[in-house]
Design a protein around this ligand. Structure first.
Ligand code: PLP
Length: 435
């Protein structure tokens, strides 16, 4: 196929060749226009957690389309299924969360959480608290505020973001501890000193919130060292800085718990979710907001007689129906338990790359995996090995993503042991041709 009229997201615009077109999916596999079959090693974009052919989700969507295809949620009117999904999510939340706000994407969930943090501080008479902290290499989306919180240059280049007041902290990447000769504990001390210094230089009363992923995904699968988030939370609480946990990837089973918040002992004021909330069958996202924050939002909103935030499709009934069914399946089938059982299979398969030529590191957590390559050893520029490897992997029948020099694995959570092994075998075949 020649080039297409589609303005493709996250791609160099105007490539002379047409995009690779996928036409069909079944289980953990997809097929392209040529009829070539691939194991989907990244579940679409870390999101098709229940695989491509879950009939219950199709049925839930069809039934809701017949019953009420749309009703919005503005001006104190909404649909029954939207209210029910909010209740389901509040009940499932890893820590008590009083209210649930709906959006359509991970980016708008994070934009919303950032705006809620601003509204919260305004309502407390502290409208000067606007700054947002995040990690270098953190990914929070591509909209203006979430993109500003994102710590990846390719999201900023050409767009004039980050906006002023979005401040970045060092990536909690233990590989850099080894490079600097620090123990994990010393590295955590160093990170916390950096956080304290940043807060005191900027002034605590200028900072609204800190947004972070429990495990950094698009930044290269970075699992923060033990004890890191405990220490971060202590500092944030001391300075009354809100903590937003971005669980867009880690939510709904990926880590082996329903939420990464549980795995890492987080106590966020807000949790943002999307992707796995509906197994990506329809777009929907949510911000789970703590009672303490809600109380202030409510007070502020009543004072100014407004809470001017929301989208036409906030809590879209069809997406909500699919999300409710997704949550039911996740619980009935104990998908987090399945992830805990499958995680050693992924780890064993990927650990074979430890110490292999050109490989710098291998990391796994739940059904997340990363094989990091050493660009210099590959004789390439940073970013090039991953790109070349995922292209070769596709030729060998497995779809993967790269994040910097890390090839990332995030298969559907319903992958069997055999699927996981085949996925890694296909990647291994690609790796051998790369050597
Ligand atoms: N937050 C995280 C952690 C993500 O990984 C992503 C997308 O990959 C987003 C936010 C943005 O989500 P969306 O692409 O749905 O806007």
């Amino acid at each position: 196929m020649d080039s297409s009229t589609l303005l493709e997201p996250h791609t160099v615009v105007g490539l002379p060749t047409a995009p690779h077109v996928i036409t069909r999916g079944e289980g953990v596999r997809v097929w392209d226009t040529e009829g070539k079959q691939y194991i989907d090693g990244v579940a679409g974009l870390w999101c098709v957690t229940l695989g491509y052919s879950e009939p219950r989700l199709v049925e839930a969507a069809a039934k809701q389309l017949e019953k009420l295809p749309f009703y919005g949620s503005f001006n104190h009117r909404t649909s029954d299924v939207t209210v029910a999904l909010a209740d389901d999510l509040a009940a499932l939340s890893p820590i008590p969360m009083g209210r649930v706000f709906f959006g359509n994407s991970g980016s708008d969930a994070n934009d919303s959480a950032i705006k809620f943090a601003w509204f919260y501080h305004c309502a407390k008479g502290r409208s000067h608290r606007k700054k947002i902290l995040s990690h270098h290499r953190g990914y929070h989306g591509a909209t203006t505020a979430a993109g500003s919180a994102t710590g990846l240059a390719h999201i900023h280049n050409g767009f004039g973001i980050p906006l002023p007041g979005f401040l970045r902290m060092h990536t909690p990447d233990v590989l850099s501890t080894q490079a600097n000769g620090l123990s994990d504990e010393e590295f955590v001390d160093w990170l916390i000193d950096e956080l304290e210094l940043l807060i005191s230089q900027e002034g605590p009363d200028t900072i609204a919130a800190f947004i972070a992923e429990p495990i950094l995904g698009a930044g290269g699968l970075v699992v923060p060292p033990d004890g890191y988030y405990d220490r971060v939370q202590e500092v944030l609480t001391r300075h009354d800085i809100l903590f937003i946990a971005d669980e867009v990837i880690t939510g709904f089973g990926r880590t082996g718990s329903m939420f990464g918040t549980t795995e890492f002992g987080l106590r966020p004021d807000m949790i943002t979710v999307a992707k796995g909330l509906s197994s990506a069958y329809l777009p929907i996202s949510a911000v789970l907001v703590s009672d303490a924050v809600c109380d202030v939002l409510a007070r502020g909103s009543q004072e100014i007689r407004s809470f001017g935030h929301g989208f036409t499709y906030s809590g879209h009934p069809v997406a909500a129906a699919v999300a409710r069914e997704t949550l039911a399946i996740l619980q009935e089938r104990d998908i987090p338990g399945r992830v805990r059982a499958a995680a050693p299979v992924l780890t064993n398969a990927l650990d074979k790359f430890l110490g292999a030529p050109l490989v710098r590191d291998v990391r796994t957590y739940g059904l997340l995996g990363g094989v990091e390559f050493d660009a210099a050893a590959c004789g390439m520029r940073p970013g090039e090995p991953g790109k070349e490897l995922v292209t070769t992997a596709a030729e060998h029948g497995v779809l993967l993503r790269f994040a910097g020099d890390t090839v990332v694995f995030a298969p559907p959570l319903v992958s069997t042991d055999a699927d996981l092994e085949e996925m890694v075998d296909r990647f291994a075949a690609a790796y051998r041709t790369f050597l």
